[in-house]
Design a protein around this ligand. Structure first.
Ligand code: PLP
Length: 386
């Protein structure tokens, strides 16, 4: 069977797939249909936090699969309750809404922010300020939130009520928020799709104090940066701020669809019975898998992420064909002299799967990638950059 041909004929053309069919994997290694081995430096775009077919995750998922695969949210299930508890205990947030993806987690955050602000300040306070070059998802509302015009053009009209402010320009962000009667400001601490660009520490801290003083909610989109990726459990923890709402997804489920919106002190009771819902949200299998991921994101693991990050940064800084290394933790962007797409294809040929983000090569390896595997991948990428 020519799977590539069948896919080309029957799957919508939204993805420019690489000419590789992945048939299996283990940890940070995957194999294609010819048996060729690749080191996975993309983790399904930051999803398979502990790699492919991770044993603890698999056991948790399979065990739950044998008990109950789905119940509606009309009933209590253990994995959902325990995951919410663990997320709150580890973050200090107070309540969690579960959904299935990053875009949905942001939709929930935006709905909650609008309800909060409208009750607190009046219906006019509905605008959500997001940053230029941000990425918040593909639904019409999260596209409107996304501060990159090229995603918008073909899909007008988008949901109204979003304005974009220049990242790292505090005075301008404040002025835009005040002029637009903002309900919330939503940021990614490290802009992922925008090119793996961390926000300045002073900016994020200044923004957090401003939001707190004006009672404008601070929403941090941790869809890509979250769940250990940045070297902290959530990237805002690297900045010493306390968001009112946190959205996350990607790595949380370890490979199964799962999103979560976390509410802090001020926002915990905003969403009430009937305000929001999701048929699949809090799915017991996804949540059981997530418990096995979250439970391992302890200090030792995060220190290991930081150590691997330091190694990757030092390996690439000043290397031939590498103009800049950006990012945080195991979320790393390389500005390469050659076009990033060209470097990516050379890596693919040589057995390393990478990603791009804007003009950068982007690396999001599994958090537990063995050091020897990481070194091998780095060697192949260095060669491709030079
Ligand atoms: C990937 C991503 C999203 C969208 O997540 P989906 O699961 O694809 O809906 C939103 N925000 C950020 C920061 C992301 O990286």
């Amino acid at each position: 069977m020519d799977i590539k041909a069948i896919d080309k004929e029957y799957v919508a053309n939204t993805y420019a797939r690489f000419p590789v069919q992945i048939v299996s994997g283990k940890g940070s290694l995957v194999w294609d249909e010819t048996g060729k081995e690749y080191i996975d430096m993309g983790s399904g775009i930051g999803v398979t936090a502990f790699g492919i077919a991770d044993e603890l995750w698999k056991t948790a998922v399979v065990e739950q699969l044998g008990k109950v695969q789905h119940m509606s949210n009309l009933y209590y299930t253990e994995p959902c309750a325990l995951l919410a508890k663990q997320l709150c205990e580890k973050t200090g947030m107070k309540k969690v809404f579960f959904c299935n993806s990053g875009a949905e987690a942001n939709e929930c955050a935006i709905k909650a922010a609008r309800k909060y602000a409208s009750a607190k300040h009046g219906a006019a306070y509905s605008t959500v300020v997001t940053l230029e070059n941000s990425f918040h998802g593909r639904t019409l509302t999260t596209l409107a939130a996304t501060g990159q015009a090229h995603y918008h053009e073909l899909f007008q009209p988008l949901t109204p009520g979003f304005v974009h402010a220049p990242a790292n320009d505090l005075e301008s962000t404040k002025a835009i928020a005040l002029a637009n009667q903002a309900a919330a400001v939503m940021i990614e601490c490290v802009q992922g799709e925008g090119g793996v660009i961390p926000l300045d520490r002073d900016y994020v801290q200044g923004l957090a104090s401003f939001c707190s003083a004006e009672d404008i909610l601070l929403i941090v989109d941790e869809v890509q940066t979250g769940n250990g990726r940045s070297g902290a459990l959530y990237s805002y923890m690297n900045y010493g701020v306390e968001p009112d709402i946190v959205s996350t997804a990607k790595g949380l489920g370890g490979g199964l669809p799962l999103g979560a919106t976390l509410f802090g002190e001020k926002t915990q009771d905003v969403l009430q019975n009937g305000d929001h819902g999701s048929t699949f949200g809090g799915n017991p299998i996804s949540c059981a898998g997530a418990l096995s991921i979250l439970g391992r994101l302890d200090t030792a693991l995060l220190e290991d992420v930081k150590a691997k990050s330091a190694y990757v940064f030092s390996a690439f800084q000043g290397a031939p064909g590498v103009e800049a290394v950006t990012g945080m933790g195991l979320m790393i962007g390389l500005k390469t002299t050659k076009p990033a797409g060209e470097v990516l294809h050379t890596c693919l040929e040589n057995g390393v799967l990478c990603l791009t983000a804007k003009d950068k090569l982007r690396l999001l390896p599994a958090l537990n990638i063995p050091m020897a595997t990481l070194e091998k991948a780095v060697g192949i990428i260095l060669q491709a950059c030079a």
